[in-house]
Design a protein around this ligand. Structure first.
Ligand code: ADP
Length: 249
């Protein structure tokens, strides 16, 4: 449900690279608990937008707020991550020579900033948390398997689990289903749908069938660095301007 009010506000954000405006006066907001899909043709500015939210790229102008009061433009990348905005890049990035359980344990240790807890005795709460996340991502029966032998889809779910160990308030997920089998795509949709509510999720994705399967509230279409339109999947897909920019891609 999106009745919690906005958690992320971007107002008139512009980013230029050598005079080229990758983001051009972009304004949008994300509600707490919302699962938002971000689409748009290549070069529309999707990656740049994610980079701005996570502090990797600093805008030339505009404002970016987390909640009512936290000015993300005053914070560096690690501080933004610590504040609860976490990102998953397209390619899975798990520790292949560690087990599923150990990967989640490592993510927990990283979160607490206490590396020495790695492989030390976990307390009951920490163990429960890992068990819970393993269940959520559907990898409980693979707990003792090395991440390196997991399927591509399973690695992606494990990395989502590692993000969850950090208890994010906002998760940015970049093309999660690229390279997945049809069955894995469906499971990923179910997973993301189950994760909304307790945290906000922004998904950048090109697979329109997948977007349709998870976009319950609002899809944002970027074009030339600005929001072209927002609406349900039906609304945006029937918008002649959206059809136009995709045909021109
Ligand atoms: P998308 O993710 O929607 O494909 P991007 O945000 O990657 O779009 O890119 C938007 C535009 O900005 C593109 O035209 C791209 O070439 C340009 N761009 C992105 N990053 C840089 C950079 N570091 N230097 C120069 N141009 C960039």
């Amino acid at each position: 449900d999106t009745s919690h009010g906005p958690i992320l506000y971007l107002e008139a954000v512009s980013v230029s690279f050598d005079g080229f405006k990758a983001l051009n006066n972009l304004s949008m907001y994300i509600d707490a608990g919302e699962l938002r899909c971000l689409i748009g043709p290549n070069g529309a500015g999707k990656t740049t937008l994610m980079d701005v939210i996570t502090g990797k790229t600093r805008p030339d102008s505009g404002s970016v707020f987390f909640g009512q009061t936290i000015d993300l433009l005053q914070m560096d990348e690690p501080a933004i991550a610590t504040a609860g905005i976490c990102r998953k890049f397209q390619k899975p990035s798990v520790f292949e020579t560690l087990t599923v359980f150990e990967n989640l344990e490592l993510a927990l240790a990283t979160n607490k900033g206490v590396w020495t807890t790695l492989f030390a005795k976990l307390n009951g709460t920490q163990r429960d948390r890992i068990e819970q996340v393993m269940e959520t991502i559907g990898l409980t029966e693979h707990r003792l398997h090395l991440a390196g032998i997991l399927s591509h889809g399973q690695k992606q779910w494990l990395e989502i689990g590692m993000l969850l160990m950090q208890e994010p308030k906002v998760m940015l997920v970049d093309e999660p289903v690229a390279g997945m089998t049809h069955q894995e795509v469906e499971r990923t949709a179910q997973l993301l749908l189950s994760l909304q509510g307790e945290r906000s999720i922004i998904v950048v994705e090109h697979d329109m069938e997948f977007v349709r399967s998870i976009a319950q509230h609002r899809v944002t279409v970027l074009h030339e660095g600005s929001v072209l339109t927002e609406g349900t999947m039906d609304e945006v897909q029937n918008d002649p301007r959206v059809v136009q920019v995709y045909l021109g891609d």
